[in-house]
Design a protein around this ligand. Structure first.
Ligand code: MLT
Length: 263
């Protein structure tokens, strides 16, 4: 397996092959996961507010407009960017159109990859299980306003760490193999090594994840706007197996990944 990491969308300078994993822990990719888990039909991502509004106005039945700017709900939109707003009764079969400051732009940067997954701490184990049978994985962090952020680095590092562990155990085929695998950190690039180190340092600290996220750039921004509770939700590890996936052959919308059925 080849694992590449872009700590910002702007660092994505390789050709789109295999699976892209987009990360905006606080809060866009956590919200996408929550919305699909709660029963949304799909989540269409847009870069700009006017584009999202135009799309909503020309779609029947009218989708829910969702997202934030500077962490706060967008005037005229139906929902902000707090996971707690994305309840089953609101989601039930609805199409969502979402635009956020950094997260949806990171998804746009991943356009062209054959598959794009939305990762969060809530679905970490499910994402890793899904990736373990893929040969090429590109992890793309949203960052905040063009700067890398610790919360996204940590999740990227957790994914890299887990994938390395899967490979050490012999990968998904359970027989070990001599494909183009990178079983240990020696084969990782600079960014992948950096996020792996950040995650392992965090683990060694023994700090609660929510407390660590609260100290990050994204965490401090949310606290300043009164969204401390969202940090706790975004820090919940493996609370769901739901994964949003874009099959890039189609439009840029996340749907719930249906796990393969085994006979
Ligand atoms: C973003 O896209 O920058 C985040 O989702 C910010 C937020 O949740 O407020």
């Amino acid at each position: 397996m080849t694992i590449r990491v872009a700590r910002l969308p702007a660092e994505l300078n390789w050709s789109p092959r295999g699976t892209a994993v987009v990360i905006d822990v606080l809060r866009a990719t956590t919200v996408i996961t929550t919305a699909l888990r709660a029963g949304a039909a799909d989540v269409v991502v847009c870069g700009e507010i006017d584009e999202a509004v135009r799309l909503a106005e020309t779609t029947e039945p009218r989708p829910l407009l969702c997202g934030e700017r500077a962490c706060c709900p967008i005037p005229g939109f139906d929902l902000g960017n707090s996971p707690s707003e994305y309840t089953p009764s609101r989601m039930a079969g609805r199409r969502l159109i979402m635009t956020t400051t950094n997260g949806t732009r990171a998804v746009l940067a991943a356009r062209g990859f054959p598959r794009i997954l939305a990762a969060s701490f809530n679905n970490l184990a499910a994402v890793v299980a899904q990736l373990s049978c893929h040969d090429e994985v590109s992890i793309i962090c949203a960052g905040t306003d063009g700067e890398t952020t610790e919360e996204d680095d940590l999740l990227a590092g957790a994914i890299v760490d887990s994938l390395l562990a899967v490979e050490r155990l012999g990968g998904d085929d359970g027989v070990g193999n001599d494909r183009d695998l990178r079983r240990d950190e020696s084969g990782l690039g600079t960014a992948a090594s950096a996020v792996l180190r950040a995650w392992r340092d965090y683990l060694a600290s023994g700090q609660a994840l929510a407390d660590r996220l609260a100290e990050s750039t994204g965490g401090r921004n949310l606290i300043a706007q009164g969204y401390q509770r969202d940090i706790d939700v975004c820090a919940e590890l493996d609370s769901t197996t739901a994964i949003g996936i874009i099959d890039a052959a189609g439009p840029l919308n996340f749907r719930l990944l249906t796990p393969p059925r085994h006979a």
